[in-house]
Design a protein around this ligand. Sequence first.
Ligand code: ATP
Length: 236
Amino acid sequence: MNLLEIEKLDVRYGHIQALRGVSLSVSEGEIVTLLGANGAGKTTLMRTISGLLRPHAGDVKLRGKSIVRVGADNIVRQGISQVPEGRRVFPTLSVAENLLLGGYTRPTAEAKGSMQRVLQMFPRLAERRAQYAGTLSGGEQQMLAIGRALMAKPTLLLLDEPSLGLAPIIVRDIFRTLRQIREQGMTVLLVEQNARMALKLADRGYVLETGRIALQGSAQELLASPEVQATYLGKE
Ligand code: ATP
């Protein structure tokens, strides 16, 4: 059974149909990337999985059970955490407070243990644990957003454009972190504009075009696809 199964999802904003019959799956331990131009519907898909949007039709299943009506907080409890586009850290709370909020679904002692692990993983956050999150650099805020999502100890991590707006050297750091996360056996669904780096990390990928899945395949197949090369990879 797949960890996540999305079946024929339609999502609308009023009369705008953002997703049309989208089906995709993610199995345990996989990194799956979702590529697509601006406005293709990537964020809409992520927000529907995490229960922030209700689909018009279709289903989202976690280990075979529908989660479209269970509510966003229960979806976190069931093991799905999202790192939202734009990071959305709480600027007037400290790094440590932001992390603890990410662990709110768990008993305090467990959340504190997770915080130790997250701080080991991100030494820059450990050094800045008492600092206001709003005063961190963009890359540090992204690390904090990832760390906050890890605090819920998810089985499935949804990452929406973690490299957006960051300098190349920081983007490499973020991808190094994602490789570490993968080594810990976590399952990841990754939305990325940086298609080349995403496909080098991922096992499989899907290409979303104006709300539909236009292409899917192994990461190698997509890297070698002339269509993907022309539209998403550009020149090396
Ligand atoms: P980007 O890479 O720019 O973030 P995306 O692939 O994540 O794009 P979405 O943000 O999911 O795309 O948007 C998909 C479509 O739905 C777009 O046409 C967008 O204009 C529309 N849309 C998104 N949010 C809303 C909203 N709150 N109300 C109305 N339309 C929306």
